[in-house]
Write a protein that binds this ligand. Structure first.
Ligand code: GLP
Length: 259
Protein backbone atom coordinates (compact mmCIF):
# COMPACT_ATOMS: atom_id res chain seq x y z
CA UNK A 1 0.00 0.00 0.00
CA UNK A 2 1.36 3.40 -0.98
CA UNK A 3 0.61 5.96 1.74
CA UNK A 4 0.86 9.60 0.63
CA UNK A 5 0.58 12.09 3.49
CA UNK A 6 -0.04 15.75 2.71
CA UNK A 7 0.14 18.76 5.01
CA UNK A 8 -3.47 19.80 4.44
CA UNK A 9 -6.70 18.68 2.75
CA UNK A 10 -6.19 20.97 -0.27
CA UNK A 11 -2.92 19.23 -1.16
CA UNK A 12 -4.46 15.80 -0.62
CA UNK A 13 -7.30 16.80 -2.95
CA UNK A 14 -4.87 18.11 -5.60
CA UNK A 15 -2.92 14.87 -5.38
CA UNK A 16 -6.02 12.66 -5.74
CA UNK A 17 -7.46 14.63 -8.66
CA UNK A 18 -4.00 14.65 -10.27
CA UNK A 19 -3.63 10.87 -10.01
CA UNK A 20 -7.06 10.29 -11.52
CA UNK A 21 -6.37 12.77 -14.33
CA UNK A 22 -3.03 11.07 -14.99
CA UNK A 23 -4.77 7.71 -15.43
CA UNK A 24 -7.17 9.27 -17.96
CA UNK A 25 -4.31 10.93 -19.82
CA UNK A 26 -2.48 7.60 -19.98
CA UNK A 27 -5.61 5.64 -20.83
CA UNK A 28 -8.38 7.85 -22.26
CA UNK A 29 -10.82 4.91 -22.48
CA UNK A 30 -10.32 3.92 -18.83
CA UNK A 31 -13.16 2.36 -16.88
CA UNK A 32 -13.38 4.51 -13.76
CA UNK A 33 -14.93 3.48 -10.47
CA UNK A 34 -16.37 6.62 -8.88
CA UNK A 35 -17.36 7.49 -5.33
CA UNK A 36 -19.66 9.99 -3.64
CA UNK A 37 -19.61 11.62 -0.19
CA UNK A 38 -18.50 15.04 0.97
CA UNK A 39 -14.83 14.11 0.47
CA UNK A 40 -15.20 13.72 -3.29
CA UNK A 41 -16.94 17.01 -4.05
CA UNK A 42 -13.67 18.97 -4.19
CA UNK A 43 -11.96 16.18 -6.16
CA UNK A 44 -14.61 16.48 -8.85
CA UNK A 45 -14.39 20.29 -8.80
CA UNK A 46 -10.68 19.94 -9.56
CA UNK A 47 -11.35 17.46 -12.38
CA UNK A 48 -13.95 19.78 -13.92
CA UNK A 49 -11.40 22.61 -13.78
CA UNK A 50 -8.78 20.37 -15.44
CA UNK A 51 -11.33 19.46 -18.15
CA UNK A 52 -12.11 23.13 -18.76
CA UNK A 53 -8.41 23.88 -19.08
CA UNK A 54 -8.23 21.15 -21.75
CA UNK A 55 -5.93 18.94 -19.67
CA UNK A 56 -8.22 15.95 -19.44
CA UNK A 57 -11.14 14.45 -21.34
CA UNK A 58 -13.78 11.94 -20.25
CA UNK A 59 -14.96 11.54 -23.86
CA UNK A 60 -13.83 7.94 -24.21
CA UNK A 61 -14.11 6.93 -20.55
CA UNK A 62 -16.79 4.89 -18.84
CA UNK A 63 -17.66 4.90 -15.17
CA UNK A 64 -19.39 2.81 -12.55
CA UNK A 65 -20.27 4.33 -9.20
CA UNK A 66 -19.83 2.36 -6.03
CA UNK A 67 -23.31 2.52 -4.62
CA UNK A 68 -26.83 3.92 -4.42
CA UNK A 69 -29.59 4.04 -1.83
CA UNK A 70 -32.41 1.53 -2.23
CA UNK A 71 -35.78 3.18 -2.85
CA UNK A 72 -34.28 6.47 -4.02
CA UNK A 73 -34.95 7.49 -7.64
CA UNK A 74 -32.25 9.11 -9.82
CA UNK A 75 -34.03 12.47 -9.69
CA UNK A 76 -34.21 12.54 -5.86
CA UNK A 77 -31.91 15.33 -4.61
CA UNK A 78 -30.17 12.97 -2.15
CA UNK A 79 -29.64 10.18 -4.71
CA UNK A 80 -26.09 9.41 -5.78
CA UNK A 81 -27.27 9.75 -9.38
CA UNK A 82 -28.20 13.35 -8.60
CA UNK A 83 -24.91 13.91 -6.75
CA UNK A 84 -22.88 12.66 -9.71
CA UNK A 85 -24.73 14.82 -12.23
CA UNK A 86 -24.39 17.87 -10.03
CA UNK A 87 -20.74 17.41 -9.06
CA UNK A 88 -19.22 15.91 -12.23
CA UNK A 89 -21.23 14.40 -15.06
CA UNK A 90 -23.12 17.52 -16.22
CA UNK A 91 -19.86 19.49 -16.42
CA UNK A 92 -17.55 17.21 -18.42
CA UNK A 93 -17.65 15.50 -21.82
CA UNK A 94 -18.52 11.98 -20.68
CA UNK A 95 -20.74 10.32 -23.31
CA UNK A 96 -24.44 9.83 -22.59
CA UNK A 97 -24.95 6.41 -21.04
CA UNK A 98 -21.24 5.94 -20.29
CA UNK A 99 -21.65 6.71 -16.58
CA UNK A 100 -23.55 4.09 -14.61
CA UNK A 101 -24.86 3.79 -11.07
CA UNK A 102 -27.14 1.15 -9.65
CA UNK A 103 -30.84 2.04 -9.91
CA UNK A 104 -32.11 2.53 -6.38
CA UNK A 105 -35.78 2.72 -7.30
CA UNK A 106 -36.03 -0.78 -8.71
CA UNK A 107 -38.67 -3.27 -7.56
CA UNK A 108 -35.98 -5.94 -7.22
CA UNK A 109 -32.77 -4.51 -5.71
CA UNK A 110 -31.03 -7.91 -5.50
CA UNK A 111 -31.57 -8.47 -9.23
CA UNK A 112 -30.37 -4.93 -9.94
CA UNK A 113 -27.22 -5.62 -7.91
CA UNK A 114 -26.51 -8.82 -9.85
CA UNK A 115 -27.06 -7.03 -13.18
CA UNK A 116 -24.70 -4.24 -12.08
CA UNK A 117 -21.99 -6.70 -11.08
CA UNK A 118 -22.33 -8.40 -14.49
CA UNK A 119 -22.04 -5.06 -16.28
CA UNK A 120 -18.76 -4.37 -14.43
CA UNK A 121 -17.39 -7.79 -15.40
CA UNK A 122 -18.47 -7.27 -19.02
CA UNK A 123 -16.67 -3.90 -19.06
CA UNK A 124 -13.48 -5.77 -18.16
CA UNK A 125 -13.60 -4.63 -14.52
CA UNK A 126 -12.66 -1.25 -13.12
CA UNK A 127 -9.34 0.33 -14.22
CA UNK A 128 -9.05 2.90 -11.44
CA UNK A 129 -11.35 2.78 -8.43
CA UNK A 130 -11.73 5.99 -6.43
CA UNK A 131 -12.73 5.47 -2.79
CA UNK A 132 -13.62 7.52 0.25
CA UNK A 133 -13.48 6.11 3.75
CA UNK A 134 -16.34 5.82 6.22
CA UNK A 135 -15.54 6.82 9.79
CA UNK A 136 -16.32 3.19 10.67
CA UNK A 137 -13.92 1.88 8.02
CA UNK A 138 -16.49 1.22 5.31
CA UNK A 139 -15.73 1.51 1.60
CA UNK A 140 -18.67 2.00 -0.74
CA UNK A 141 -21.45 0.88 1.58
CA UNK A 142 -19.62 -2.23 2.73
CA UNK A 143 -20.27 -1.89 6.42
CA UNK A 144 -18.18 -3.64 9.09
CA UNK A 145 -18.47 -7.46 8.90
CA UNK A 146 -19.07 -7.35 5.14
CA UNK A 147 -17.55 -10.40 3.48
CA UNK A 148 -14.12 -9.53 2.15
CA UNK A 149 -15.07 -11.56 -0.95
CA UNK A 150 -18.47 -9.89 -1.44
CA UNK A 151 -19.85 -8.84 -4.83
CA UNK A 152 -22.42 -6.15 -5.63
CA UNK A 153 -25.43 -6.70 -3.39
CA UNK A 154 -27.87 -5.09 -1.00
CA UNK A 155 -26.46 -4.04 2.38
CA UNK A 156 -28.17 -2.74 5.50
CA UNK A 157 -26.62 0.54 6.64
CA UNK A 158 -25.42 1.00 10.20
CA UNK A 159 -27.02 3.64 12.35
CA UNK A 160 -23.75 5.62 12.41
CA UNK A 161 -23.61 5.68 8.59
CA UNK A 162 -27.23 6.79 8.38
CA UNK A 163 -26.48 9.58 10.85
CA UNK A 164 -23.32 10.61 8.98
CA UNK A 165 -25.30 10.88 5.72
CA UNK A 166 -28.43 12.49 7.21
CA UNK A 167 -27.11 15.93 6.19
CA UNK A 168 -27.84 15.09 2.54
CA UNK A 169 -31.55 14.50 3.25
CA UNK A 170 -34.21 17.07 4.14
CA UNK A 171 -35.35 14.93 7.05
CA UNK A 172 -32.98 12.48 8.80
CA UNK A 173 -35.85 9.99 8.99
CA UNK A 174 -35.71 9.76 5.17
CA UNK A 175 -32.24 8.18 5.10
CA UNK A 176 -32.79 4.73 3.61
CA UNK A 177 -31.90 1.64 5.60
CA UNK A 178 -30.63 -0.25 2.57
CA UNK A 179 -28.18 0.43 -0.25
CA UNK A 180 -26.88 -1.40 -3.31
CA UNK A 181 -23.09 -1.43 -3.18
CA UNK A 182 -20.22 -2.93 -5.12
CA UNK A 183 -18.73 -5.65 -2.94
CA UNK A 184 -15.26 -5.73 -1.50
CA UNK A 185 -14.42 -8.51 -3.94
CA UNK A 186 -15.63 -6.28 -6.81
CA UNK A 187 -13.42 -3.43 -5.60
CA UNK A 188 -10.40 -5.70 -5.17
CA UNK A 189 -10.64 -6.76 -8.85
CA UNK A 190 -9.92 -3.15 -9.92
CA UNK A 191 -6.56 -2.70 -11.57
CA UNK A 192 -5.75 0.23 -9.28
CA UNK A 193 -7.39 1.65 -6.16
CA UNK A 194 -7.11 5.28 -4.99
CA UNK A 195 -8.53 6.13 -1.56
CA UNK A 196 -8.75 9.67 -0.17
CA UNK A 197 -9.47 10.53 3.46
CA UNK A 198 -8.89 13.74 5.34
CA UNK A 199 -9.75 15.19 8.72
CA UNK A 200 -9.44 13.98 12.27
CA UNK A 201 -12.72 12.07 12.01
CA UNK A 202 -11.04 9.58 9.67
CA UNK A 203 -7.86 9.01 11.72
CA UNK A 204 -9.03 5.86 13.54
CA UNK A 205 -10.38 4.30 10.36
CA UNK A 206 -7.18 5.19 8.47
CA UNK A 207 -5.05 3.49 11.09
CA UNK A 208 -7.23 0.37 11.11
CA UNK A 209 -7.16 0.27 7.30
CA UNK A 210 -3.40 0.67 6.89
CA UNK A 211 -1.91 -0.86 10.03
CA UNK A 212 -4.69 -2.88 11.63
CA UNK A 213 -5.32 -6.55 11.12
CA UNK A 214 -6.93 -7.68 7.86
CA UNK A 215 -10.46 -7.95 9.16
CA UNK A 216 -14.07 -7.61 8.10
CA UNK A 217 -14.41 -5.41 11.20
CA UNK A 218 -12.66 -2.74 9.08
CA UNK A 219 -13.74 -3.36 5.47
CA UNK A 220 -11.11 -0.93 4.12
CA UNK A 221 -8.36 -3.17 5.57
CA UNK A 222 -9.10 -5.45 2.58
CA UNK A 223 -7.04 -2.97 0.54
CA UNK A 224 -3.97 -4.52 2.23
CA UNK A 225 -4.56 -7.39 -0.23
CA UNK A 226 -4.51 -5.14 -3.30
CA UNK A 227 -1.33 -4.95 -5.35
CA UNK A 228 -1.81 -1.35 -6.41
CA UNK A 229 -3.56 0.59 -3.66
CA UNK A 230 -2.72 4.25 -3.04
CA UNK A 231 -4.03 5.96 0.09
CA UNK A 232 -3.96 9.77 0.15
CA UNK A 233 -4.31 11.42 3.57
CA UNK A 234 -3.91 14.81 5.15
CA UNK A 235 -1.92 15.24 8.35
CA UNK A 236 -5.03 14.99 10.55
CA UNK A 237 -6.20 11.69 9.04
CA UNK A 238 -2.61 10.38 9.30
CA UNK A 239 -2.21 11.49 12.93
CA UNK A 240 -2.73 8.03 14.46
CA UNK A 241 -0.44 6.04 12.16
CA UNK A 242 2.34 4.27 14.05
CA UNK A 243 4.64 4.19 11.00
CA UNK A 244 3.92 7.71 9.81
CA UNK A 245 7.64 8.65 9.80
CA UNK A 246 8.34 5.77 7.46
CA UNK A 247 5.59 6.73 4.98
CA UNK A 248 6.84 10.33 5.01
CA UNK A 249 10.40 9.21 4.41
CA UNK A 250 9.38 7.14 1.39
CA UNK A 251 7.08 9.83 -0.01
CA UNK A 252 8.16 13.26 1.30
CA UNK A 253 5.24 15.73 1.27
CA UNK A 254 3.06 12.98 -0.20
CA UNK A 255 4.99 12.94 -3.46
CA UNK A 256 4.20 9.87 -5.55
CA UNK A 257 7.74 9.52 -6.87
CA UNK A 258 10.52 7.11 -6.05
CA UNK A 259 13.37 8.73 -4.12
C1 GLP B 1 -20.62 7.30 2.25
C2 GLP B 1 -20.33 6.62 0.90
C3 GLP B 1 -18.88 6.24 0.80
C4 GLP B 1 -18.06 7.43 1.29
C5 GLP B 1 -18.21 7.56 2.77
C6 GLP B 1 -17.52 8.79 3.37
O1 GLP B 1 -21.54 6.66 3.04
N1 GLP B 1 -21.14 5.48 0.58
O2 GLP B 1 -18.56 5.91 -0.55
O3 GLP B 1 -16.70 7.22 1.03
O4 GLP B 1 -19.55 7.44 3.17
O5 GLP B 1 -18.29 9.92 3.19
P1 GLP B 1 -17.71 11.40 3.39
O6 GLP B 1 -16.78 11.62 2.28
O7 GLP B 1 -18.94 12.28 3.30
O8 GLP B 1 -17.05 11.41 4.71
Amino acid sequence: MKVLIHADPARALDCTAGLLAARLQRQPDAVLGLATGGTMEAVYARLIAAYKRGEVSFGQARSFNLDEYVGVAPDHPASYWHYMREHLLDHVDIAPGAALLPRGDTPNPEAEAATYERAIVEAGDIGLQLLGLGANGHIGFNEPTSSLASLTRVKTLTRSTREANARFFEDPAQVPRLAITMGIGTILRADEVLLLAYGEGKADAARAMIEGPLSAACPASALQLHRKATVVLDAAAASKLALRDYYEEVHPDGRDVPI
